[in-house]
Ligand binder design. Structure first.
Ligand SMILES: [Mn+2]
Length: 321
């Protein structure tokens, strides 16, 4: 583990005005970590503003504190900026990044291996299953009483980033903290229903369209799905509707790596990788300037669909051979 837990603990105890941010297109770990920290700081009588570039996904709006996230700065001054689950302030979006840099002190709490250790203080542990676990370590070190509102956010951070405890990253700490949160009152079924069982019929139809694009390569070891902008338009869906679709190609017997290609504006494709564990897909993503974890990584590649597919599958084959 890199970083200084005790220095961060001291700063959080001593300072009063906090600006908290995460990466663009946030998911459960990013939002849960931000809100858990913000709620705990507010309970201590401090001000904590959560400033994000993108809206809270619909299935996370039930999280305590989700309604307090803001999307524009209001001229407030802060003592400390905290960026969570995010390699660099650059990945928070232009507006948020600018606000973070105005703060006299930047704290970076993250579990991404590609984290550049940006910030004056950092707690970066690539072994942690979720940034929410690092927030839990910090709050515990501070002696914070974790109420149901904070517990719900930490539980969702851990639940979502471990793929509901499917991934190899599901450490004893992940189970222990999740268990502690349940002891503090979190209802696992109520949470799972909110997070995973709130999709629209339209999203399920979009899934049908995307699964229609399924291709299998490398003697059945690689499966690829593709979403074009036209698909999202036709189903009146945003890109967040695609969350989790990549798990279907990965679930095929014999598949080691799933790839999802999503057409973006301006002739580029967002490429996501999911590995069953043997193949380190962060190495493939890094070849295209992206990053992530061993089991989940992504990058952005310019070109036509055929061209991007050829290059991505070629680099993947090189890593897998
Ligand atoms: Mn995370």
């Amino acid at each position: 583990m890199r970083g200084d837990l005790s220095a961060i603990r001291r700063v959080l105890l001593e300072k009063d005005r906090f600006l908290i941010a995460c990466h663009e297109n946030p998911e459960g770990d990013a939002i849960g970590s931000e809100l858990a920290l913000a709620l705990a700081l507010r309970k201590m009588g401090k001000t904590a503003t959560v400033l994000n570039a993108d809206p809270v996904p619909g299935n996370l709006l039930f999280l305590p504190g989700a309604g307090t996230v803001v999307f524009a700065e209001d001229g407030s001054k802060y003592d400390v900026a905290v960026v969570v689950d995010c390699g660099s302030p650059d990945r928070t979006g232009a507006l948020v990044g600018k606000e973070l840099r105005k703060c006299p002190l930047l704290v970076n709490i993250d579990h991404h291996r590609t984290n550049g250790d940006r910030g004056d203080l950092s707690l970066v542990d690539p072994e942690a299953a979720a940034t929410g676990l690092l927030i839990h370590r910090i709050l515990s070190a501070m002696g914070c009483e974790i109420g149901l509102d904070v517990a719900t956010n930490i539980y969702v951070a851990v639940l979502t980033d471990t793929g509901s405890f499917h991934y190899g990253s599901s450490s004893p700490e992940a189970f222990e903290v999740a268990g502690e949160m349940v002891r503090r009152g979190v209802d696992p079924w109520a949470v799972a229903e909110q997070v995973y069982e709130t999709q629209s019929a339209g999203r399920l139809r979009l899934l049908g369209r995307v699964l229609d694009s399924l291709e299998v390569y490398a003697d059945g070891r690689v499966a690829c799905i593709t979403t074009m902008r036209e698909d999202l338009r036709e189903f009146a869906a945003g890109k967040d509707a695609l969350e989790g679709f990549i798990n279907y190609p990965r679930s095929i017997v014999g598949v080691e790596v799933a790839v999802s290609l999503r057409e973006e504006e301006g002739g580029v494709f967002r490429v996501s990788f999911r590995s069953k564990g043997r193949v380190d897909v962060s190495a493939v993503a890094a070849r295209f300037g992206g990053g992530g974890h061993r089991n989940a990584a992504g990058c952005t590649v310019p070109g036509t669909l055929a061209d991007v597919k050829k290059r991505v599958l070629g680099e993947l084959a090189a890593v897998m051979s």
